[in-house]
Design a protein around this ligand. Sequence first.
Ligand SMILES: O=C(O)c1cc(=O)[nH]c(=O)n1[C@@H]1O[C@H](COP(=O)(O)O)[C@@H](O)[C@H]1O
Length: 245
Amino acid sequence: MENKLKLAKEKLIVALDVDTGEAALDLVKKLSTQVGMFKVGMQLFYQAGPDIVKRLKEAGVRVFLDLKLHDIPNTVAQAARGLTALGADIINVHAAGGTAMMRAAAEAVREQAAALGRPAPRVIAVTVLTSIDPTAFQYELGFTCDIQRKVADWALLTRQAGLDGVVASPREIAVIRRACGEDFLIITPGIRPAWSVAGDQKRIMTPAAALGQGAGYLVVGRPITGQADPAAAAQKIITELAEVL
Ligand SMILES: O=C(O)c1cc(=O)[nH]c(=O)n1[C@@H]1O[C@H](COP(=O)(O)O)[C@@H](O)[C@H]1O
């Protein structure tokens, strides 16, 4: 069981969706014995500033820097270079930016990491956001295929562009695996334990079910950080994960 709990901890990424560096570091302090990687997204990065990545690295944790870059290839490449210098372990872009943009990002990251003499962060692409349901996908965004098809197509484009993996809902893991193989990284938000509320997330799954589908990592935010005792919530999720390992 000890081994399974250790493996379960390795699977969990906690989203530090808070307003200040102090609040983020306080969560890390509470959770760092249970969680190996933390996600810095727009809410924290835009308010605490780039230095938060360095502070988290100094605290000894791995950092997924989730800024979902999406612009013309040159702009994204230059931004990705800057994020690489901050020391993030994973960065992401939007697959909707296209192959040229994704390739430019991946190349810029590798060049910058080589210039700094460090291992390159993994670069992954967000496919269809987990907050999008089939109705919005079809009638608001105007896609004519279903979400699974689009996610699988974008995952394949992502792999062909030389990236390391994708962000998708756990519901699409099977089609991504079929399109991109076993060694392609799949990170899944939209994780909702049975005891939590869905909120704005639409394509959700429980932690155990997502792991059963073969998720590489599970991103969990509010079901942990929104609780009075985040460490107890994280432990509950880790125990649920260990039961299916
Ligand atoms: O790229 C992401 O991390 C991401 C992609 C996606 O499709 N859906 C999604 O929820 N996320 C992020 O994952 C986290 C989920 O947080 P909770 O909904 O609070 O568990 C948030 O920080 C989102 O920004």
